[in-house]
Each structure stands twice: as structure tokens, then as C-alpha cells.
Design a protein. Structure first.
Length: 260
């Protein structure tokens, strides 16, 4: 299936590793120009070099999506370097395990900043560019926990529910501009973020055994997903083949999510 992404211009936040790097790789493979950001310069530069090695047109800039000035600079420079923006993938984020009793105001604020406010600010900065290019797509990477509350991931549950509401309301507001806004909700996908969770929670267990135990308990397919299994859907949603899909909330979660 030709997705028609050749020559399109995409911004992927948190594109240095994990899901963001896989999404950037998929979009570059489809012929799109891609701009990525992250906080760690070393990892960002290594990923950009890897993407360019395959012939991709890649712009990389250090930016923290919780800092409004850095968001504006990254989006503006990306548009300038690529000649516009057609696609925004709001992917940057982090895991915040923990129950209500453990969360301070600072934890709540930090989680809302990196999850909700990053999507708000990046979308606000990019919308003018999407409109200028005659329409486009915003894809927000969220979590199944936004639809199925889990008190063990309390802050994530609340922040991601807000992200889902943001996605739906924005989809309705910008539909007449030809801009599609959708959410991709992740369950358990093997990325560096899970490496960190393993180190924190059960360093005495081999990582494979830790992940396998979690998957057996929570995931109907019985395994963690791989980043590439998310990237294909994101590329599809970014393409004109998805031209009548907006305001949708699609799980990539191996069957997790006890709702209809
Ligand atoms: N993997 C899962 O199972 C899972 C489940 C549910 C939701 N998600 C969501 O999916 C997204 C990607 O997760 P992942 O598993 O790929 O995580 P990851 O492996 O930790 O990668 C996160 C990426 O985001 C960047 N990032 C983090 N904070 C940032 C900030 N403040 N500003 C700019 N970039 C930032 C990281 O680079 P730096 O650290 O260098 O900034 C990295 O490139 C996140 O929003 C996460 O919450 C993932």
C-alpha cells in the first residue's frame, strides 16, 4: 500500500529512542522529511545520524517539550528547515508509576507538563503551519490507562484521560481546516522506558522475566509489543489513506483495555 507520504514533512517529539525513534524511522522509510527533538543531545544526534544513513532528510534539535520557549523554537525551526509541516506526532512523555498516596503536587505538575501541556503547546505552535500546508495530521501518543483507570499508574491515568479529551475536542475544532487529530493508545511496548521501570522495581530479576510476568498478567496476547508495531499505525494515520479518520482513539495494546 503506497501511503503517499513521500515529500511530506513530519515533526516527532521525543524522537531519539523508543516509540519516537521507531515512528521517525517508519516515516523516513516512507519518504517523509522528519524533525525530531529530545533533551539528551548525544542520543538525539546518534538517532539522527542513523536515520540519515538510510538516506532520510532529518532535522534534529535539542528541545524540552515542557519548556514553552523551546517548543516554539523547535517547531518554528523545523518548519523553516523542512519548508513547512504536514504532520505532528506528539510522542514525548514518560512513565509515572505510583498510587495517589505517593504523588506530590510537584509530581502531578511534572506529569501534566510532559504529557498534557506538551501536546497542547506543540499543537498550538504547529497548527498555523498545518493550515498553511492546506491541512495535515496530528497524532497524539497516549496510553490505555487513559481509558481504563489504574490506581497503580494514578497520574498517568488522569493525565492521559485529559489527553484523550484534548485530542477529541481539537479534532472537532480543526476538522474544517482539513486537519485530522487522532490518539494512539499504548499498552505495554518494549522501550527504554520499560528498562528503567525494571531497574527501579525488580533489578534482581532478568529483564525478560520481569516483562514476561507483567505481560502474562495484563496482556491478552501474552507479550510486550515492539515499537515497530506502533509505528505502522502512526504512519497510516499520518497518510492520506486515513483521510476520513479523525477524533479516533485507537489502542495498540495486544488486547489490553477492558472496555468496548
Ligand atoms: N512504552 C510503553 O509501553 C508506553 C505505554 C504507554 C504510553 N507510552 C507513551 O509513549 C511515549 C513514548 O514512550 P517510550 O516508551 O518510547 O519512552 P522512552 O523510551 O522513555 O522514550 C521517550 C522519548 O521522549 C523523549 N522525552 C522525554 N521527556 C522529554 C521532554 N521533556 N522533552 C523532550 N523529549 C522528551 C526522550 O528523550 P530524552 O529523555 O533525551 O528527552 C525519548 O526520546 C510516551 O509519551 C509514553 O508515555 C509508552
Amino acid at each position: 500500500m503506497d501511503l503517499g507520504l513521500s515529500g511530506r514533512r513530519a515533526v516527532v517529539t521525543g524522537g531519539s529512542k523508543g516509540l519516537g525513534a521507531a515512528i521517525a524511522q517508519e516515516l523516513v522509510g516512507e519518504g517523509a522529511a522528519v524533525a525530531i527533538c529530545a533533551r539528551s543531545e548525544t542520543e538525539l544526534a546518534a538517532t539522527a545520524a542513523r536515520l540519515r544513513a538510510g538516506g532520510g532528510q532529518v532535522f534534529a534539535q535539542v528541545a524540552d517539550v515542557t519548556r514553552p520557549d523551546e517548543v516554539e523554537r523547535f517547531i518554528a525551526t523545523s518548519a523553516q528547515r523542512m519548508g513547512g509541516i504536514d504532520i505532528l506526532v506528539n510522542n514525548a512523555g514518560r512513565a509515572q508509576p505510583g498510587g495517589f498516596a505517593t504523588l506530590t503536587d510537584a509530581d502531578w505538575q511534572a506529569d501534566l507538563d510532559v504529557k498534557l501541556f506538551s501536546q497542547i503547546r506543540c499543537s498550538r505552535a504547529a497548527l498555523g503551519h498545518l493550515r498553511a500546508s492546506g491541512g495535515g495530521a496530528i497524532i497524539n501518543i497516549n496510553a490505555v490507562y487513559g481509558r481504563q483507570p489504574d490506581p497503580a499508574f494514578f497520574a498517568t491515568t488522569v493525565a492521559r484521560a485529559a489527553c484523550l479529551a484534548f485530542t477529541k475536542a481539537l479534532a472537532m475544532e480543526v476538522a474544517r481546516d482539513g486537519i485530522l487529530v487522532n490518539s494512539v493508545n499504548i499498552g505495554f511496548v518494549r522501550t527504554p522506558q520499560w528498562h528503567n521501570i525494571h531497574q527501579r522495581r525488580a533489578p534482581e530479576l532478568p529483564e525478560e522475566a520481569f516483562l514476561a510476568t507483567l505481560a502474562a498478567a495484563e496482556v491478552p496476547l501474552g507479550r510486550f509489543g515492539e515499537p515497530e508495531e506502533v509505528a505502522g499505525l502512526v504512519a497510516f494515520l499520518a497518510s492520506r489513506r486515513a483521510s476520513y479518520i479523525t477524533g479516533a482513539s485507537i489502542d495498540v495494546a495486544g488486547g489490553m483495555g477492558r472496555y468496548v
